[in-house]
Design a protein around this ligand. Structure first.
Ligand code: RIB
Ligand code: CA
Length: 314
């Protein structure tokens, strides 16, 4: 068995972030979670940091180190998404307040120190929220860029458009300036856009399979999904909601579940109409340098089978 892949999860939990964290912690043979770094996004930083620790304790993993990061975007005012995730950001299950503490070190310094202290090309960044922490780390220590193995991110959209505006997906929209820095960094990026995540829907049958596992983390996850999906069911009239963030972790575990291509991706940061848009040169018409592997297709049943199987291990 190969060595587990070393990852840092940068996140703004969020029920779908929680599913991603659970998927990662349910896969210790393949993934070594060096730390979880939190960022403001779905809800303010104090809540995303609380929620990350709630999820770790739900998984019986109070040993996981959680580091607090940016409480607002680089330049813009913070926007949040309580309308989707509820006031706590983790509405759905009744949970205990976390006992585990956040680490003293700032998330940005943890990211820098971890990348510089590990052999080049061995640390993977998994981003599930705005890219503010990553951009700050790159600004503070540009020499980390060539040392990062890969940055697998949930964010953006192209054929599917946006979800917070007609043009922009939430994670990019919250901090488009950070996204611009990250996409220009030269770090190998794998992008999981709405084009993929809108195909992984939490059908009732899928949520019931998760609840039927019967464990505390699995039942809590089913309750999170039932709350989280109501907004998207209403908005899209779909059976279930898109389970965005765990696609990032699933890619690390079973990349063959996904299909996409190397593209150039640029970020709109100026136009008020389309700020936060990921302009994906899918048809290769600009000749601009490829800076991301953009995913467009997913085996959604294979994804849910993997998620359910790993949740059962917690
Ligand atoms: O647009 C979906 C993304 O925004 C997901 O990561 C969700 O958790 C929110 O952060
Ligand atoms: Ca998220």
């Amino acid at each position: 068995m190969a060595e587990p892949r070393k990852i840092i999860i940068d996140t703004d939990p969020g029920q779908d972030d929680a599913a991603a964290i659970m998927l990662a912690l349910g896969s210790p043979e393949e993934l070594d979670v060096l730390g979880i770094t939190t960022v403001a996004g779905n809800v303010p930083l104090s809540r995303t940091s609380r929620n990350a620790r709630v999820v770790c304790e739900l998984c019986g993993r109070p040993d996981v180190k959680v580091y607090e990061g940016a409480e607002r975007p680089l330049l813009r005012q913070l926007i949040t998404a309580e309308h989707v995730h509820g006031k706590t950001g983790l509405d759905g299950p009744v949970v205990d307040e976390p006992v585990m503490k956040v680490q003293d070190q700032h998330a940005v310094d943890f990211i820098i120190e971890t990348i510089l202290s590990h052999e080049a090309g061995t640390v993977t960044l998994c981003t599930l929220g705005a890219l503010t922490n990553i951009a700050l780390a790159l600004q503070k220590a540009p020499d980390i860029a060539p040392r990062v193995r890969e940055l697998v991110m949930m964010g953006g959209g192209f054929f599917e458009g946006g979800n917070i505006t007609p043009a922009a997906e939430f994670n990019i929209y919250v901090d488009p300036d950070a996204a611009k820095i990250v996409f220009a960094s030269g770090i190998p990026i794998v992008m999981m856009p709405l084009d993929v995540t809108h195909r992984v829907l939490t059908y009732k049958s899928r949520v019931e399979k998760i609840r039927a596992i019967g464990s505390r983390p699995a039942v809590a996850m089913a309750e999170m999904l039932e709350f989280f999906e109501r907004f998207d069911i209403e908005k899209y009239g779909s059976d279930g909601g898109p389970l965005h963030d765990p696609t990032v972790i699933a890619y690390l575990l079973r990349p063959e579940l996904f299909k996409g291509r190397d593209c150039n991706v640029e970020i709109e940061t100026a136009s008020e109409l389309t700020v936060g848009m990921t302009v994906v040169d899918w048809w290769q018409v600009t000749g601009r340098k490829h800076n991301a592997k953009v995913m467009r297709e997913v085996d959604d049943q294979g994804f849910f089978d993997l998620l359910t199987e790993r949740l059962a291990r917690l």
